[in-house]
Design a binder for this molecule. Structure first.
Ligand SMILES: Cc1cc2nc3c(=O)[nH]c(=O)nc-3n(C[C@H](O)[C@H](O)[C@H](O)COP(=O)(O)OP(=O)(O)OC[C@H]3O[C@@H](n4cnc5c(N)ncnc54)[C@H](O)[C@@H]3O)c2cc1C
Length: 582
């Protein structure tokens, strides 16, 4: 087996991974990246109407400050104050790094980065480089990594973290032919993205499954694992149907196994115009929100879930006809918000597709380019998982509970229940910089090749290969049916028992798919445990981790927002003496 030695290994070639590797290289470290496939991952393969990057305000008249931004990141609840402060403090440095690397965030004629408001954002801190912001970030950082001469091992799947006592010292990998190789190193940065593969109904790109289980099985603590963002999305292609897709008031249709169609919203509302007003609201209240599930716009999410999961029907959006067989919509009967907006947009006429053509014609093109002509065809949708606000627990340097193992980007769990839209991309850039800063000053010991080889041999399995693709699909389906946005306690308890059994009887074999399936199962077991124990108190964080072979939950108080005495001369002296940093 081939063994490579580096100071540090970064797992993952998304926006967070590339930034981690570039920073480490710039700080003088001998770093390599490994990736199951350079072109996989959420950053490179996803987007939305106006994909958002959240940063400190850099334009306009309103005053902003690091402390204000940190407070906003913190006050969503269940988030640690030190991470929130770092995400605010390093926001400008990270954002400017992206601009300098070539990401085209728009400026006005004086160079101000004019922003807009996003959800849970009292200022106009959000910006966007268009529908593919995270793709542009990844590509710009990839160019930088190549210019810095960083070695990238493509088609290299990280299967196991190699441990010595309570620290990591290497990674065991599989190449495209399922042959083993290993990397011996002082530090590992996991930038493996969110655990997307645990759900069947998902708007994450199909190529992305994530590897949170890699850290969980090594014993790392996770936190806030039950906190997810879900919303309505088309399933093929995977894309959020937010914004104008809802504001033009499409027809919601479900189809049963015999092919019979139902325009089902009329079964749930006496007043058609109340239903349509809520559909309109879904446009800018995209994520499922428990507080809006009984009387607000998330009723629409619940209804779609009911049609899909409880009634086993497929649900579609039809843009070609007006809902409820209306020849014309009486727009004045909509809520004031909906009516005013559509009137301002000059869109109080015609069919949904005619309104979409008027309000946002690129939205039609987008689907055409992905193979669906919504001017003629139905678009299949579901209530899908989009983002895990929780993840692997990290400290203020994004180091996990296992020494020398860092988690950055969506694999880390630095967000609480509510996060401002766009803060995931900011967090990925800040976390990867923090981890690199720490490692550059406190690099872990690199074991001798002999000692490492002995350790690695314990992790290798040579069993026969079994195809587990169908098993993966079934596990994902079960998870979406009972433990997505709508959660059924009894069904979750049963699923957790079944998942534990599957893990106990797991026949390990040396194929990527087998490792991936194990990763999905162990992550599902952790998420299900977290869901069953969830309490949602804003000042508490729920940790989930393995103890004696079973996942347990433990709550702890959030780490408060730091309030240091910041007198410049004192900070400067301590900085010179390297005392206030680590
Ligand atoms: C539809 C959608 C819209 C979104 N919109 C926004 C938005 O507007 N604003 C915002 O802030 N966030 C948004 N997000 C979230 C954001 O895009 C992600 O959180 C972010 O891109 C994750 O980046 P990352 O670098 O952490 O991981 P990824 O980009 O997912 O990269 C993970 C990398 O790790 C690799 N990898 C994984 N496991 C292994 C393994 N075992 N071995 C080797 N390699 C491995 C993958 O192949 C990939 O290269 C959105 C997400 C979705 C799905």
């Amino acid at each position: 087996m081939k063994i490579y030695t580096y100071d540090c290994i970064v797992i993952g070639t998304g926006a967070a991974g590339y930034n981690a590797a570039c920073r480490l290289k710039e700080f003088g470290k001998n770093v390599a990246m490994i990736s199951e496939n350079i072109n996989f991952g959420t950053s490179r393969n996803t987007g939305s109407d106006k994909q958002t990057y959240y940063k400190l305000s850099l334009g306009g008249k309103d005053s902003d400050s690091v402390f204000k931004m940190a407070s906003d990141l913190f006050k969503g609840g269940c988030a640690d104050g030190d991470n929130a402060l770092c995400e605010a403090a390093l926001s400008v440095r990270c954002f400017m790094n992206l601009c300098e690397a070539g990401v085209e965030f728009p400026v006005n004629r004086y160079g101000e980065y004019i922003g807009y408001k996003t959800d849970h954002d009292p200022y106009e801190r959000a910006t966007s480089a268009g529908p593919l912001t995270s793709k542009f970030m990844t590509e710009a950082l990839e160019r930088k990594a190549k210019n810095l001469g960083i070695e990238i091992f493509d088609n290299c799947y990280a299967a196991e973290l190699i441990k010595k006592d309570n620290r990591v010292c290497g990674v065991l990998c599989l190449d495209e032919n399922d042959e083993y190789s290993a990397f011996c190193c002082g530090d590992i940065i996991m930038a493996t993205g969110g655990p997307a593969g645990i759900y069947g109904d998902s708007v994450y790109p199909e190529c992305h499954t994530g590897s949170t289980g890699l850290a969980l099985k090594a014993g790392a603590k996770a936190q806030n694992l039950a906190m997810w963002q879900y919303g309505l999305a088309s399933v093929n292609p995977r894309w959020n149907v937010s914004g104008t897709y809802m504001q033009v008031l499409p027809r919601f249709v479900s189809v049963d196994e015999s092919g019979k169609e139902y325009e089902f919203l009329s079964d749930y509302f006496d007043d058609k115009y109340e239903a349509l007003s809520l559909v309109f609201l879904k446009g800018y209240q995209w994520p499922f929100d428990e507080e809006k599930a009984e009387h607000g716009s998330s009723q629409i999410d619940m209804i779609v879930y009911n049609e899909c999961v409880k009634k086993h029907r497929k649900v579609y959006l039809d843009f070609t006809k007006n809902p409820f067989s209306l020849d014309e919509i009486d727009f004045e009967k909509l809520s004031t918000d909906a009516y005013t907006y559509l009137e301002k947009a000059d869109a109080t006429f015609g069919t949904p597709i005619e309104r979409l053509e008027k309000m946002n014609s690129p939205a039609i093109e987008l689907y055409k380019n992905k193979g669906v002509d919504i001017t003629k065809e139905y678009l299949e949708i579901a209530l899908c998982a989009q983002h895990n606000n929780g993840g692997i627990a990290v400290d203020k340097w994004w180091q996990t509970s296992i020494k020398n193992l860092f988690a950055v980007g969506e694999s880390a769990g630095t967000h609480g229940i509510k996060r401002p839209g766009g803060s995931a991309l900011n967090s990925g850039q800040v976390g990867s910089l923090r981890a690199a800063q720490y490692i550059s000053q406190n690099g872990g010991e690199i074991l001798s090749e002999n000692e490492f080889e002995k350790l690695v041999s314990d992790y290798i399995t040579q069993n026969k290969k079994i195809d587990v693709s169908e098993k993966i699909k079934k596990a994902q389906r079960k998870m979406s049916d009972c433990a997505g946005a709508v959660r059924d306690k009894k069904a979750i308890e049963k699923l957790l028992l079944d998942t534990k059994k599957e893990l106990e009887n797991f026949e390990k074999n040396s194929s990527r798919n087998s490792y991936r399936y194990y990763d999905i199962l162990i992550t599902q077991a952790a998420v299900l445990t977290a869901i069953l124990g969830e309490k949602y108190q804003p000042d508490l964080i729920q940790e989930t981790y393995l103890k004696d072979g079973n996942f347990i939950n433990k709550t702890r108080a959030v780490r408060p927002l730091p309030d240091d005495e910041n007198f410049f001369e004192n900070v400067w002296r301590a900085y010179r003496e390297n005392k206030n940093i680590f």
